[in-house]
Design a protein around this ligand. Structure first.
Ligand SMILES: [Zn+2]
Length: 294
């Protein structure tokens, strides 16, 4: 099911999949957002305003694919928590189902030609029991730059809990851009590097479905794989490299002194079901690969 982007043909495309504009509570117009991300070298930008479909695909150019989307809130009848679902590539005029079941929204997005990401589980107060019933989504946000505003940017525990329970889901890093000022933390703070053979919406959706990408908030991954019984990663200079398998399995490497690490490897254990890599650089930037199943 998962493809290893480091072994697939194609090119790398930088994408932000979660973006707000003045159509909801963002502080820049669609046109301003598109200009910001184009100037910053992105290839894919999904406009995902709260509760309102975007009609931004006409803003695409040869170097930047702008995708329509919507962020849907599903409130739970029994408590104050909720799900935020980022639905990509749904038509601007499609009617979101009124429902208390997030699976209805995920199914609806597929019927409309799109796919769904589970936004910021940590920030939403979703625990693993809340996430286990979800079906058909193509990923969860392991990093949401906007959620740095309350110190809850990382949902890596949620992700690992799902993987440990057999839910094979990849994970993305996103901006969840709200600020107008491009120097803010929620602009250019989280992205995915998609491996694709063409810059099209259907290629983006397929890369998301197959986990054919890695995620970043600053660090780079150059290679990741399993060979001759060992999991290995090569990356930009890092202070920590974690090769993480289920539960207590895995191995970390830590830089000593001023010299950063640029690679790590670990022998794969007999009872490991998967392994993923997480890289942390000296400035706090991270990168996450999707798991390889063994
Ligand atoms: Zn959002």
């Amino acid at each position: 099911m998962f493809l290893n982007p480091f072994q697939e043909a194609g090119s790398w495309y930088k994408a932000n999949l979660h973006t707000h504009t003045t159509a909801s509570d963002g502080q820049a117009t669609q046109q301003e957002r598109v200009a910001q991300y184009r100037t910053h070298g992105y290839s894919v930008l999904a406009i995902t305003d709260h509760g309102v479909g975007s009609d931004a695909a006409g803003l695409s150019t040869g170097d930047l694919l702008v995708m329509d989307g919507i962020e849907v809130t599903v409130s739970r009848p029994d408590d104050e928590r909720f799900y935020h679902l980022v639905c990509l590539n749904v038509p601007p005029d499609a009617t979101v189902p009124a429902t208390a079941d997030p699976n209805d929204v995920i199914t609806w997005a597929k019927q409309e030609g799109g796919e769904t990401l589970i936004a910021h589980p940590y920030w939403s107060g979703n625990n693993v029991q809340d996430l286990l019933p979800l079906r058909g989504h193509v990923g969860i946000e392991v990093h949401n730059a906007g959620c740095q505003g309350i110190g809850k940017a990382f949902s890596s525990v949620h992700w690992d809990n799902l993987l440990d329970r057999g839910v094979r889901t990849p994970a993305v890093a996103v901006d969840d851009t709200h600020s107008g000022n491009p120097d803010s933390r929620d602009v250019f703070g989280g992205w995915v590097m998609l491996k694709m053979s063409a810059l099209t919406a259907s290629a983006v959706l397929e890369a998301l479905r197959t986990g054919c990408y890695y995620s970043s908030s600053g660090a780079e991954v150059f290679d990741f794989g399993v060979k001759d019984g060992k999991a290995y990663v090569r990356c930009s200079e890092a202070k920590e490299i974690h090769l993480m398998a289920g539960n207590w399995h895995g191995r970390s490497a830590h830089a000593e002194g001023d010299r950063g690490l640029t690679e790590a490897e670990v022998e794969v254990g007999k009872d490991w079901k998967y392994v993923r890599a997480e890289v942390v650089d000296a400035g706090g930037g991270r990168a996450w690969t999707n798991p390889i199943y063994l």
